[in-house]
Each structure stands twice: as C-alpha cells, then as structure tokens.
Design a protein around this ligand. Structure first.
Ligand code: S3P
Length: 448
C-alpha cells in the first residue's frame, strides 16, 4: 500500500486546540488506583495505545474498569487473581516500569506470580534500572529471558525501605521506587531524580501521603495504602509541543493550546522555543482549576518569530526529554549551530531517537551531526522531499514521537514525503493528524 502523503503548510497554522490528556498522569491514574482502597476516577484521561496497556494491566490484575469518553474508573480487586497473570505492556515503558514498583509492594508472598512483557521495542529497552533497586528492597523479580530485559516475573516478597541513588534522572524509575516504598517497611529514599517529572509525588501528596523532597532526595514511609481518588488530567505538554514547534516554524502562525500542563518539570520545550525566538505566552488557570490533580495548567499561545540556534544540555533534559524530536526539527530552521547534549537516554526510548532523527533529517537535507549523547544541527536548511510519483518515505521504527516530529518537519519541505508507519502516532496521540489539518485549515481558509 502506498503510504499517505504528509501535509504541506501552504500558509500559517492558526487556531486553538486542546491537547489530549497527559500520558504520564493518565498512566498514574490507573496504576495508583491498584493501591487504593476504593473506586478511583479520572476525567480528561488520554485514550491511546499506551494508556490502554495500563488499563488492560489493571483488568488482568482483577480490577474492574469502565471507560466512557474521556472518563475512566478503576476499582481495585478486593482479592488478587489466584493463578499466574500475564500482563502485556505493549509499547509502554511507563506501564512496565511503574507496574514493577506497584506489584513489588502489592503482591503478597505466596500470591499470584505476574509476568510482565511487551512488544519488540519494549522488550529491547533497559529494565535493570528498576529491577536492581527493587531487588535491593527485597522484591522477587526475575528475568524470564535475557538479563535486563522484559519479560520480568514478579513474585510477592516482603519489602524494606532502602536509600537509592539513581544512575539516570528518570521519573519512571523514581516513581516505581516510591510506589514500591508504599508497600515497604520503613523509609524509602530516592536521590538523583532532580528535574524529572514529579506527577507521582504530586498525586501522592494530594492523597495525603507525605512525600518529603529536598537536597537529600525524595522519601516516603511505608507501609500504607492510598485512599480512593478522583482527578482531572491536564493536557499533555509533550503532545502540544508538536504544534507549538510547527507554529514557530511556519511564518505567520499562531496557535493556542488550551488547558495544557504548565508543570515546570514538563515545560522545558516552551522555554527553548522562547530562547529560539518564538513568541510564547502562558496564561496559567486559577488555583481552583489545579486542585484536582495538583497540577498547574493553563493556555499557551505560540507564534512564529525569527529563529536562532539554541543549546540544550543534561541539566535541562528531564524537562523536555520527550520533546527532543520536535526540538531537533525546530533546530533545522534556526540560524546557527544548535547543540543538544546530555541526551543519551534518547537512544533507549521507543527507538534510538538520536540515530533516527539524524538519519531522517539528513535525508530531508538538514545538516546534522550525530554525537554519542546528542545532536549538532546547523541551520537553517531547506528541507526537500521526493518527487510526486516517488515521495521520500521517512523511517519511524514505529516510534510515535519520531512520526509526529517528521510530520512537523515536512510541513515546509519542498516535494512529497510520507511515513513508513503513520498509525504509530496512536501510541500517544490518536487525533494528531486531525488537529494538524484543523490548524492548517485555520490559517488557510481555502484548505478543505
Ligand atoms: C515518563 C518519564 C520519561 C518519559 C516517558 C514517560 C513517565 O521517561 O520519557 O515518556 O511517565 O514517568 P524516563 O523517566 O525514563 O526519563
């Protein structure tokens, strides 16, 4: 089948959009419910392949779930399934890693044995970063195949609080350890997560669990269960970022993202857009609107400006780690040399994102130098696709964020382009191409 052509921007992008629910918070709404004392609800919940993996995992563990529109409810099982449980985490690293922590603290000794697995991409991703520290707490985790990779088998075992020092500032790992800490005897400390997204901590505090945070790291005391909860999920800053970068790139554009997360651990890309010369205006919503999820939210307007090169280093990486594909695309249109460093983690995301970005952007005609921990991009470059009868087909490796970044890059490319897999955007943003079409039509009323 010939892949569908990616759209061109014949004029500016204009209009407002509501970013889909935050993926990280949507996962947590499901996974924390497994530790709660009663039915839990979330609205504004993101319905995508990744979060469906968390919902299916909850069901496999005996929870009753409902899902209507953007609302879900998860009622944890009063008794866990008696026999072995197989959980397919699909493409979702957040499901696999957070669930290991949840299960380590939840499963009773002698209870069901749970095997976590995933798709080919997830089974290549590193799991020792979660398995090793959980084992130090006493968790019964074993690799069923290759060491360090899924499938991982979890057996209930008594946990004790441990002082952890993270090798990577990963919110997934910090969250897994804090959630396991709720089922552990004593104090669990997590150091080295500074700057990583803090949704788990915010949710726990909102549920009355003191999570201490300071120079000595994050800590929780266990054992304890969570009360039932209801929360409202803000719009995902990482999804909004694709259209914000598109607006920065296409002259004359102005787009407004409504109700998105303004959590400072998630808005690094907005700060970079501003440094690069885009015009960024944030309008935080009132405090009352934040209350439910303990998450700041608001509207963000991004308009095109005159673009200059920027630098991103390790210190800033956690606040924009998922936005690097979009920001690398931005760099191709900025005047000067953009240097992105401290980004080695991108090699172990859904794909090796540094390699794929370098390959695809070079094929489009950008000047990209791939480094072990980042990219150096000289701009601006005129991007070029293929001929009408032979579009340039860009490689996604099934990685949703690479697919969406390429769809932004090619808005201004000469010639025809397509993706080898456009369905993979459904991993985090099933309505991506619909929003793109509306914003393109908003600036070009002649567009159908
Ligand atoms: C996530 C944390 C980040 C991010 C991922 C979601 C989370 O991963 O890349 O998409 O929900 O905690 P790391 O924690 O591994 O950096």
């Amino acid at each position: 089948m010939t892949p569908r052509r990616l759209p061109h921007a014949h004029g500016p992008l204009a209009g407002a959009f509501t970013a889909p629910g935050d993926k990280s918070i949507s996962h947590r709404a499901v996974l924390l419910a497994l530790l709660a004392d009663g039915p839990c609800r979330a609205t504004g919940w993101l319905d995508c392949a990744d979060t469906q993996s968390s919902l299916a995992a909850a069901r496999a563990l005996g929870a009753a779930t409902t899902h209507v529109g953007d609302a879900i409810s998860v009622t944890p099982a009063s008794t866990l399934p008696a026999g072995p449980v197989l959980v397919d985490c699909g493409n979702s690293g957040t499901t696999a890693r957070l669930l290991m922590g949840v299960l380590a603290g939840l499963l009773p000794a002698g209870g069901p044995v749970v095997t976590l697995t995933g798709d080919a991409s997830l089974c290549r991703r590193p799991m020792a970063r979660v398995v090793d520290p959980l084992r130090r707490m006493g968790a019964g985790l074993d690799y069923a195949g290759q060491d360090g990779r899924l499938p991982v088998v979890v057996r209930g075992a008594p946990l004790r609080g441990v002082d952890h020092e993270l090798a990577v500032a990963s919110a997934q790992v910090a969250s897994a350890l804090l959630l396991a800490g709720l089922g552990a005897e004593g104090r669990t400390v997590v150091r080295g997560a500074a700057g990583a997204r803090d949704h788990t901590e915010r949710m726990l505090r909102g549920l009355g669990v003191p999570v201490e945070a300071g120079a000595s790291g994050l800590s929780v005391h266990g054992p304890r269960r969570l009360p039932a909860f209801a929360l409202v999920v803000p719009g995902d800053a990482s999804s909004a970022a694709f259209f914000q970068v598109a607006a920065a790139l296409v002259p004359g554009s102005r787009v407004e993202s409504r109700g998105q997360s303004l959590n400072p651990t998630r808005t690094g890309a907005l700060r970079v857009l501003e440094r690069a010369g885009a015009i960024v205006t944030c309008e935080p919503a009132g405090k009352a609107a934040d209350a439910a999820a303990g998450e700041p939210r608001g509207n963000v307007v991004v308009a095109a400006g005159s673009l200059r090169a920027f630098t991103i280093d390790a210190a800033e990486m956690p606040s924009l780690v998922d936005e690097i594909p979009a920001l690398a695309v931005l760099a191709t249109q900025c005047a000067g040399r953009t240097v992105i460093s401290g980004a080695a983690e991108l090699r172990v995301k859904e794909s090796d994102r540094l390699a794929l970005l370098a390959r695809n952007l070079r094929r489009l005609g950008a000047a990209v130098d791939e480094r072990a921990d980042g990219l150096v991009i000289e701009g601006p470059s005129m991007l070029r696709g293929g001929a009408a009868e032979a579009p340039l087909v860009l490689e996604t490796a099934g990685d949703h964020r690479i697919a969406m970044a390429m769809a932004v890059a090619t808005l201004c490319a000469n010639g025809e382009t397509a993706l080898d897999d456009e369905a993979c955007v459904g991993v985090s943003f099933p309505g991506f191409f619909g929003v793109m079409d509306r914003l393109l039509a908003g600036g070009d009323p002649t567009r159908p």
